[in-house]
Ligand binder design. Structure first.
Ligand code: ZN
Length: 283
């Protein structure tokens, strides 16, 4: 299995590139291997789409049978532009997930996908953590800070924090949510827990990032009016923070995993040979 310089965890087919495309371009330009893993890249289930999912498909101008395959193809093109390796996992986006007990959609409107993780989804974080442990090794792991509070971003971060790895973890600012006033501050919570690190971007890397973002043709209309608007907004945020900003936990803290039931935490800790307690420590 290859050893990577950097491993980026992307909840959806675009997040890592939207948030970290410039630093990825710079790493691969320097000959350093990068892997981008998209966790929620699976096809929708065979059952009919919820009204909310259908509305999003209409906005993306994609039909149900090919929507996610088309989005995977967009991501493949973007990763090719950045010369990064990729993995697409088979977990469906939250808009497609349903309660196995009732068959009803877990997240059925715009408010729900930015709210709390549904109780029927909590086991997913544990399953994802188990799968993360099978990934190739890397010098550093980059995960979403969960700016914007999207449930799939929350699950990705939680799974990474449950993953008993010794590899340094950096939290990236989820763009475009990070461009909203106060959004990063809200995601950080207590600022004393965090240390910021800014990765300056060359003009070439920023340009390559914008080109890669434009490869997500079905998604860019949600965030940008056209290519010029994309370049202005992505470039504007890079100017605002000095490039791309990463965060690291400044010290050892108790992780906010209280939403998992005690039984599931115990099950996970036993399986992963972690100490039995309500939470556990990372650095
Ligand atoms: Zn996302």
């Amino acid at each position: 299995m290859p050893h990577y310089h950097a491993l980026y965890l992307s909840p959806h087919l675009d997040d890592a590139v939207l948030s970290c495309g410039g630093q990825i371009a710079q790493q691969t330009a320097a000959g350093l291997p990068v892997l981008i893993v998209t966790l929620m890249a699976g096809d929708p289930p065979a059952r009919p789409l919820s009204a909310f999912a259908q509305k999003l498909h209409d906005r993306w101008q994609l039909d149900a049978a090919t929507a996610v395959a088309a989005r995977r193809a967009e991501d493949t093109a973007a990763c090719d532009l950045l010369r990064a390796d990729l993995q697409h996992w088979d977990i469906p986006d939250c808009i497609y997930r349903a309660d196995p007990a009732t068959g009803t959609a877990l997240y059925n409107d715009g408010g729900a996908i930015f709210g709390s993780v549904h109780s029927a989804d909590k086991q997913l974080a544990v399953e994802l953590a188990t799968r993360l442990a099978q990934l190739p090794t890397a010098e550093a792991i980059y995960i979403p800070l969960t700016v914007g509070h999207h449930v799939d971003h929350q699950l990705t971060r939680l799974a990474a924090e449950l993953w008993p790895t010794n590899t340094p973890i950096f939290y990236y600012e989820d763009y475009p949510y990070a461009g909203r006033a106060g959004a990063v501050t809200a995601a950080l919570g207590d600022p004393d827990q965090w240390q910021a690190q800014v990765i300056p971007l060359t003009a070439e890397a920023l340009a390559r990032k914008c080109t890669a973002i434009a490869a997500y043709q079905s998604q860019v209309s949600t965030f940008f009016s056209d290519t010029a608007d994309l370049e202005a907004k992505v470039g504007g945020y890079a100017t605002q923070v000095g490039g791309e900003r990463l965060w690291q936990l400044a010290g050892r803290i108790l992780l906010p995993i209280s939403f998992l039931s005690r039984d599931k935490v115990r099950f996970y800790c036993k399986g992963a040979k972690m100490p039995r307690r309500k939470g556990f420590m990372v650095n």
